[in-house]
Design a protein around this ligand. Structure first.
Ligand SMILES: *Cc1c(COP(=O)(O)O)cnc(C)c1O
Length: 244
């Protein structure tokens, strides 16, 4: 039956993660039902994703178009899966992403938003998207730079243009936290994204509500700071054996 986690392993991990999400939500006085979990299945073979499906998972995240498309095709019999794109998208790949993914969480520049809009139109779709923000100030991170308040004004005009595109529907913001186990730093980054969402929705008068933040090592802090979507790989499927 191949290697990797069994359906039972995934089920057990899922229960643990859901309990931890629930406890973090309660600590913050939040309704745990407002938090969705996306199982990040990058590097996982389709058999493992099928076991995840059997364990009850329906939302999966992939970060590379070339890796994802053959997997999506092989799993196309599982009709109620929702696929999330969570990785950087090269411009020339936008036309492949538009018809394939239920949500694109990693829209990290204006050009990609425009391209997805064009290709969504051709596929006769309206694609839910999140705008990826860099709120940690790390230069290596993709996304709009929103480390300081002075950067907010510059970014807001681009967000306004994207909000007005017809075939993409912005639902909120996404961020990646820095590599640290310093809870204070993590909390600052996640709370900054929440503040940016408040600022943007007030200025643009839009109803964006999603905050995608939190991964295996930091999702509880993210939930405490308002995450509505967490993206979890290793805590569900175990350590990745393929490096990315
Ligand atoms: C890999 C990845 C995740 C999940 O990471 P884990 O640490 O395995 O939970 C979440 N978001 C993005 C964008 C990723 O690339």
């Amino acid at each position: 039956m191949g290697s990797g986690p069994s359906t039972e392993d995934i089920q057990r991990n899922l229960t643990t993660v859901n309990n931890r999400i629930g406890e973090a939500a309660v600590r913050a006085g939040r309704d745990p039902r407002r938090i969705r979990m996306v199982a990040v299945s990058k590097t996982q073979p389709v058999e493992v994703i099928r076991r995840g499906y059997q364990a009850g998972l329906r939302e999966f995240g992939e970060n590379r178009v070339e890796e994802a498309l053959p997997k999506l095709a092989e799993l196309s019999d599982l009709k109620d899966i929702q696929w999330h794109m969570v990785g950087h998208i090269q411009s020339r790949k936008a036309r492949l992403v538009a018809p394939a993914f239920g949500m694109v969480q990693s829209v990290d520049r204006l050009k990609i938003a425009r391209l997805l809009d064009q290709h969504a139109k051709r596929s006769d779709r309206r694609i839910p998207i999140l705008l990826e923000c860099n709120v940690s100030g790390e230069e290596s991170k993709s996304g709009w730079n929103l480390f300081s308040e002075s950067q907010r004004q510059a970014v807001i005009e681009e967000f306004r243009e994207i909000a007005n595109l017809e075939s993409v529907e912005v639902q909120g913001l996404m961020t990646m936290a820095p590599w640290t186990d310093d809870v204070k730093v993590l909390r600052l980054v996640f709370s900054r994204l929440r503040e940016v969402l408040q600022f943007v929705t007030a200025v643009l008068e839009v109803e964006w509500q999603e905050l995608s933040m939190g991964m295996t090592d930091d999702f509880e802090v993210a939930v405490e700071e308002g995450a509505t979507l967490v993206r979890i790989g290793r805590a569900i499927f175990g350590p990745r054996t393929v490096e990315i």
